[in-house]
Design a protein around this ligand. Structure first.
Ligand SMILES: [Mn+2]
Length: 424
């Protein structure tokens, strides 16, 4: 299903007067309004191919109906999201859940709805049918060279799929770790991982990047071989310039100061990208901004400050992606909400009065520094997001428009109630 633009325009028209009022109110106090709108318009967040279906936990899964049955239908769904918000112009594939059988036709289909392909993701955390060696005790860190070789070859195969789709990065997340003390020699596991990653790194095309994700626990509960940003950074540094660290918001222990990690990685030129989600307890994979929007703002404040310090392009020089799971919501609605939350945090970060903040920091004026950040955070920037979307040809209110157009009901009619998308 594709949403025709005139239908979005019709619904926008109904809300235009109210939007104008709200926009004028907030815009009056934005010093560099055109630049802010331009930056918001350029900012896109990739949608992963595994996020279009209903997620689940180990206790069960409750499908919502009309889920995409194929890669083609997943592209269609991302096309719907992008038509509404004009901020989701790429899709990130997971291999082998979404193998492009015919790359040329898949690329053409994506281009029809304004999409290109973001990073490709490998999977050595599950055994696939007909696989020779099991990943039960890990993949790239495995004690058996034959298992490591199989995992290396899989990653190289993923790069080949990516090349056909014009992707430019391989994203590696390993579940490798141990469940019990004594199970692993940490140093050997790390060295094996490094050697394995080096072989994959050597297979990267010149204009490609390798993004190394970390996670403190789960599915292993005693140790993870790439357990934190320090370990990821160490690997990325040893590998070379094409390797850097990927931060997934849910992959931190409670209370971790993620914004500080972001700041230091950016300073070192080793921040590859982001997997956005939100959490209250662990890797909950909830809708971005649903639990702790202030933390998200503080992260974006460091991103904007750190990227500006290095003269980076906010929209292009970091990989932005959602990595969440939708257990009880319509996945498309959840993704629309997540993209909005990211853009809200980004817009607020753009509004921070940087010059006054620097002065306050240099004067140890702690109160003023806090006031500056919270003034930006407490500004209702939603009309700015709506205006940027409107200017790009999208919807003032993506979730509301999605509902008014009965998209899910149409998808269920088209695909059926009991469809299951590939993924976790
Ligand atoms: Mn992730």
């Amino acid at each position: 299903m594709q949403i025709e633009k005139y239908k979005i325009d019709e619904i926008n028209q109904q809300h235009l007067a109210k939007h104008r009022r709200q926009f004028e109110f907030v815009a009056a106090d934005v010093a560099n309004l055109d630049l802010v709108l331009q930056k918001l318009g350029a900012f896109n967040i990739a949608i992963p191919s595994w996020a279009l279906g209903t997620g689940g936990t180990r206790f069960g899964r409750f499908s919502g109906g009309g889920e995409p049955r194929s890669l083609e239908e997943k592209i269609e769904d991302v096309g719907v999201i992008h038509a509404l918000n004009k901020s989701s112009n790429s899709i990130s594939l997971h291999i082998p859940w979404d193998i492009p059988e015919n790359a040329a036709s898949i690329k053409a289909l994506a281009a029809q709805v304004g999409l290109h392909f973001d990073a490709v993701n490998s999977n050595t955390f599950q055994d696939q049918p007909n696989q020779k060696h099991s990943y039960k005790y890990g993949s790239l860190h495995h004690v058996d060279k034959a298992v490591r070789k199989q995992a290396i070859e899989h990653n190289i195969e993923v790069i080949k799929y990516g090349v056909q789709l014009d992707s430019k990065a391989l994203s590696v997340w390993l579940s490798d770790g141990s469940n019990f003390p004594g199970q692993l020699n940490f140093r050997r596991a790390f060295q094996n991982t490094q050697e394995s990653l080096q072989e994959i790194y050597d297979a990267l095309p010149d204009d490609w990047k390798m993004w190394i994700e970390y996670k403190p626990y789960e599915p292993n509960f005693y140790s993870t071989t790439i357990g934190d940003w320090g370990q990821s950074y160490l690997l990325a540094s040893k590998l070379g310039a094409k390797a850097s660290t990927l931060v997934d918001l849910g992959h931190h222990l409670q209370g971790t100061n993620i914004e500080q990690i972001v700041s230091i990685l950016l300073m070192e030129g080793k921040l590859a990208g982001f997997h956005f989600n939100d959490s209250k307890y662990g890797d909950d994979d909830l809708t971005v901004g649903s639990i702790n929007p202030y933390q998200l703002f503080l992260i974006f404040n460091e991103l904007v400050e750190g990227m500006d310090a290095r003269g980076m392009n906010h929209a292009k020089d970091i990989g932005w992606m959602i990595d969440a799971s939708h257990n009880v919501k319509d996945p498309i609605e959840d993704l629309l909400q997540s993209v909005q939350a990211i853009k809200i945090a980004y817009a607020q970060a753009l509004l921070v009065d940087k010059n006054t903040l620097v002065t306050a920091q240099n004067n140890n004026d702690v109160t003023l520094a806090q006031e500056i950040l919270q003034t930006a955070y407490r500004t209702d920037v939603r009309p700015l997001i709506a205006e940027a979307s409107l200017l790009a040809g999208g919807s003032i209110d993506p979730v509301g428009t999605y509902r008014k157009l009965n998209v899910r009901a149409n998808l269920i009619k088209e695909r059926g109630l009991k469809t299951v998308a590939t993924g976790l």
